[in-house]
Design a protein around this ligand. Sequence first.
Ligand code: GAP
Length: 454
Amino acid sequence: MPATTMEQLVSLCKRRGFVFQSADIYGGLQGVYDYGPLGVELKNNIKAAWWRAMVYERDDVEGLDASLLTLRKVLHYSGHEDTFSDPMQDCKRCKARFRADHVKDGKCPECGSTELTEPRPFNLMFKTHVGPVDDGSSLAYLRPETAQAIFTQFKNVVDSTARKVPFGIAQIGKSFRNEITVRNFIFRLREFEQMELEFFVKPGTDLEWLDKWRDARIKWWVDQGLDPNKIHVKDVPADELAHYSKKTYDLEYEFPIGTEELEGVADRQDYDLGNHTRYQDELALTTKVHKNTDSTAKLAVFDEEAKKWVVPFVVEPSAGVDRAFLAVMTEAYNEEKLPNGETRTVLKLKKHLAPVKVAVIPLKRNNEQIVSLAHQIKADLLKTGIGRVMLEDSGNIGKAYRRHDEIGTPLCITVDFESIEQSPATVTLRNRDTMAQERIAVADLPKYLKEFFL
Ligand code: GAP
């Protein structure tokens, strides 16, 4: 099958209710999207898979859910006020505004003119005001990464859990960046979601942990259905590193728009904990930018062997939920030629990611006995804990199969006349990938489905 195109994905996402442009009826808000009835299910399943792998399956990670509104001082000491900017240029002819690194051969990416302004920095953080007075003292930001709250809550988490390094704090949540140019659907957004782990380690062991996390994260992406041959590791060159990082691996994926960043795995050293610490003079910091006169905390741990306070180094795997969504959709999308010459669109999502696990389809929507048995089966299957089971009573079996192939439902159960006439009752079970159908006793369904999904 030829490579999936962005047009195919955008069309499917809108047609089947995965993703809609925000404020669509007013012409849309640029760089902001809403996730529809199936999109929210897929997104939740991606986040649940990440949380399971990063928190539940490990014994060295705790979770956090911090606020989006961020005190200005946090983003001052983190370095974001000074450095979190992209160089921007304007075209004097067509007035387009774009990132300087998007300019090729000195030409405007929109109209090709060479009359461009000099690049100037543009801070990407969204500003707002907290409280009724709109002055400098009330200025706050919407967080540009989830990570900072993990650093500012470091001491509270350590004190409340008695964790010792190496250990991590995981968080999933929204981040906001006023990106200069947004295009390519949900690839680059102004409001997006991140899944971030800040993993605190003993200084000197950071590079070893960086490699371990790079490998663990590649494995996780493959477990979500990505082709390992389409995942590429970029050792980020020194002049492209973020202001806090000494070494970063970008995990890139072959998206329909080209090979682009899916996740960053960065060595943030003691940059963040060190810069949010008041008592910097007592600590041998590697990366000190601002003398901190505002914090009340010492974000360090006591090293019993060395008998001194040490600021842990941080290794950070940071992935975008929206890019994860785009990547798994890209990989799962298939158009298959059937023997009868028709084309079938099928979303071969991994079972644990599928928005709907099972569709229960009554063959005749006006036959009370069939419909009632379908309701009963749905209710019983919900109790198995496999996820969303949907009653699909559109009344047209062919259309129902096509719809569920397109949205990636792994199994369809059809309740027909045989189901209500035979004892014990049986139904047809259809497999999305093979299209094979088998007859199965209703009483055996819970066990079968538990084995299939869990
Ligand atoms: N805390 C580190 C950090 O935020 P980043 O490389 O700027 O690092 C991490 O972002 C991940 O967040 C990226 O790999 C990407 O998946 C996602 N991401 C960043 N900016 C984004 C945007 N404007 N739209 C969608 N996803 C974005």
